[in-house]
Design a protein around this ligand. Structure first.
Ligand code: ZN
Length: 387
């Protein structure tokens, strides 16, 4: 079941997002340590700018409602982040920039002068998208923002992420709009550690992360990490083996994500939308193609239509292959806006023809194991839709 389409899809975009400066990195490590020759950072403007350009060239942008961007206030940022952390980023930003990871090993997150303002604009743009959805000005929205957010912790940045955009969206939905339950579905190929920790003992935010097993952050994202205290059961990790394709991902959405959403009955769904599970991504080893992202989006839209009036916000996270990320993004936004087929898809025919796209037995076994674990842990919890 899906809701009848009444309004267009919103798009959060601002050129300043592309000016977020990660140039202190070579790939994903800092250069200049004597052995790493300087190179382009993995998290760079090109993938996102090319995605926006493709939306324009495909003629899709003219059907999207531009969401006006504003800076998130300090009070809003501290809905999730420690006040001291917000102040630290602000003062680094006022000087020469710095590293938002504050020394967390393996999480280099450099930013240039003014980086605080850009990160605050990304969060503020997302808040504006939430407002537009909940005020009925748009049906749903895509936030094409930088920096990404899903690795950011309460007290420090991590893995290219300064402020946790999706976690902030969840708290903003609760505090500004008074909605009780928000679900975050994270299909970036890396584990959504930030939301897991921020909402660990919180039963009002369901966090689901689908990621390549053991990829990043190291040691993070185990199936057994299910939340604690009052939030026990409301964190779900789906660690998939490298080489997972469309069959595995669609099975996860159908057999794990949608049933968990149905049980939780969210008032709003936020999707942490990374495209680094794409087949050519340099930072991971999965096999998705644009049509897979399209089908996953369709499944989420159907669930949102049935459960929360179609209220869903997609926020851009990772995705590092400049040629294919724009097509993954186009497929998602075509599906969100109900305007499929704007341009020929250059990559699905190539990637879908690769062997092992179908659900493989070893992937199925992991999904089955997780289904059993979830059924057991949620068996004694009330079904939200019945209360
Ligand atoms: Zn990622």
């Amino acid at each position: 079941m899906s809701v009848e389409r009444r309004q267009p899809t919103g798009l959060v975009w601002h050129e300043l997002f592309m000016w977020h400066d990660t140039s202190a990195l070579a790939g994903f490590v800092k250069s200049g340590r004597g052995v790493i020759e300087p190179d382009e950072a993995a998290e760079k403007p090109a993938t996102k700018r090319r995605m926006k350009n493709l939306l324009d060239v495909a003629g899709l942008s003219e059907y999207l409602i531009p969401i006006k961007v504003r800076a998130a206030t300090d009070a809003e940022l501290t809905l999730v982040h420690a006040p001291a952390y917000v102040e630290t980023i602000k003062s680094m930003s006022a000087r020469d920039g710095g590293d938002a990871s504050l020394g967390a090993v393996g999480g280099d997150t450099p930013f240039g002068p003014g980086g605080f303002d850009i990160a605050a604009m990304a969060a503020g743009g997302i808040f504006e998208a939430v407002d537009a959805i909940l005020e009925g000005r748009v049906d749903n929205a895509y936030a094409l923002v930088r920096p990404p957010g899903h690795h950011a912790e309460r007290g420090h940045g991590f893995g290219f992420c300064i402020f946790n955009n999706c976690a902030l969206a969840a708290r903003y939905i609760q505090h500004r709009h008074g909605l009780d339950r928000v679900a975050i579905v994270d299909w970036d190929v890396h584990h959504g550690n930030g939301a897991e920790h921020i909402f660990w003992d919180d039963p009002t935010v369901l966090t689901i992360s689908i990621h390549q097993d053991g990829l990043y952050p190291p040691g993070s994202g185990a199936m057994s990490a299910r939340g604690g205290g009052g939030g026990a059961g409301y964190n779900i990790n789906v660690p998939l083996p490298p080489g997972s394709g469309a069959g595995a991902y669609l099975a996860v959405i159908e057999r794990i994500v949608v049933p968990a959403l149905r049980h939780f009955a969210p008032h709003f769904i936020v999707v942490a939308c990374g495209f680094d599970a794409g087949a050519y991504d340099p930072m991971a080893r999965m096999m998705l193609h644009p049509d897979a992202f399209r089908a996953m989006t369709r499944q989420i839209l159907h669930a949102a239509g049935a459960l929360c009036g179609g209220r869903v916000l997609f926020a851009h996270e990772g995705g590092y292959h400049t040629l294919t990320v724009p097509f993954h993004g186009l497929a998602v936004i075509e599906e969100l806006s109900g305007r499929n087929g704007s341009v020929a898809d250059a990559f699905t025919p190539i990637i879908a023809a690769m062997p092992y796209q179908d659900l493989q037995p070893h992937q199925d076994a992991i999904i089955q194991k997780l289904q059993s674990a979830i059924a057991e842990s949620l068996g004694n919890k009330p079904h939200r839709t019945k209360t």
